[in-house]
Write a protein of this length. Structure first.
Length: 321
């Protein structure tokens, strides 16, 4: 018998139609979408389900949409499965879903912070001058060395933005520097090195000003100790708390996501089943790369909910608070 962890995905998990199946079947999901729309004065259903203006992939829209779907999926988990998780975490943006699910921040405050964060990130650098890229199949030391070398020679920024899994990283920075780092990574044995469809150089020092702007907003909201522990991405040895949440969320804007360590901390706490609540199964794939023994389930529609319910019944998972 083991313990359940919950994880929430972040930017990059979005797709047109996400959340629609749950919306059609569960009243609590419809309430979440209505509340989000009222807070932001937008049609959240239209943005997530139809995207008629093709704006879902813009950073600020992506973040409010994924946050809303994450929370909606978690409400379904609460209502339909009803097991209190032992610990939670979110990948970058997903931390806001985790903190709200843990009752550390209100839905309105979390959503407002997510919108501000996305706007500050989007405004941080001129369009086309920053980007992100995935690099796979090289050791951590190799990609860190490449980033240092390129940053030094070109007097521009390229940094490791996420440590997702063994030999799986995302780099971020000025477009030319990132492209040079990709070429160098291929020369040094990378199995895959490709730019991502993200125009914002997230989790890099190019977002220092965005972090300063976000800190002002962060200081205007009420933060509580959560009812469930939430592991921090930028310092996976720590849990969020009333005292630390503001500084940790601010720091993550321009600091790397240490996802592998986040998951390893969760497993070290005795978690053997991790449920991803939100769009896609991106985090489930990363978790399997980190530890193949962990059972992964997800909830993003009625079919995956049924599979998660069956999977939990199979292994008689229990949580010890």
């Amino acid at each position: 018998m083991g313990k359940i962890g919950i994880v929430f995905p972040g930017q990059g998990s979005q797709y047109v139609g996400m959340g629609k199946d749950l919306y059609e079947q569960f009243e609590e999901v419809r309430r979440i979408f209505e509340e989000a729309g009222d807070i932001l004065n937008i049609d959240m259903k239209e943005l997530c389900f139809d995207d008629p203006r093709k704006v879902l992939d813009q950073t600020v829209n992506t973040q409010i949409a994924v946050f809303t779907v994450n929370v909606a999926a978690y409400r379904v988990f609460e209502h339909e499965i009803g097991i209190k998780p032992f610990v939670m975490a979110g990948h970058s943006l997903g931390e806001y879903s985790a903190l709200h699910a843990a009752d550390a921040v209100t839905f309105a405050d979390a959503l407002t912070l997510v919108r501000a964060r996305g706007r500050y990130q989007q405004e941080a650098v001129p369009s086309g001058t920053g980007c992100m890229a995935a690099v796979m199949g090289v050791p951590k030391e190799t990609i860190e060395t490449i980033c240092r070398e390129i940053g030094t020679t070109q007097e521009s920024v390229v940094e490791v933005a996420t440590y997702n899994a063994p030999s799986q990283f995302v780099i971020s920075g000025n477009t030319e520097a990132v492209e040079e780092a990709l070429r160098t990574a291929k020369e040094r044995g990378a199995k895959r090195a490709v730019k991502l469809p993200i125009s914002v150089p997230c989790h890099s020092s190019l977002l220092d000003e965005a972090a300063r702007r976000f800190e002002v907003d962060m200081n205007t909201v009420t933060v509580r100790d959560g009812s469930i522990r939430v592991i921090s991405n930028c310092d996976p040895s720590r849990f969020f708390s009333r005292e630390s949440t503001r500084s940790l969320l601010t720091k993550l804007v321009n600091s790397p996501v240490r996802w592998q360590e986040t998951v390893e901390h969760m497993i070290a706490m005795g978690v053997d089943t991790i449920i991803e609540t939100g769009p896609k199964r991106t985090l489930s794939g990363l978790i399997k790369r980190i530890d193949t023994t962990v059972k992964t389930l997800n909830i993003e529609d009625a079919e995956s909910l049924d599979k998660a319910r069956a999977g939990l019944n199979d292994n008689e998972t229990i949580n010890v608070q």
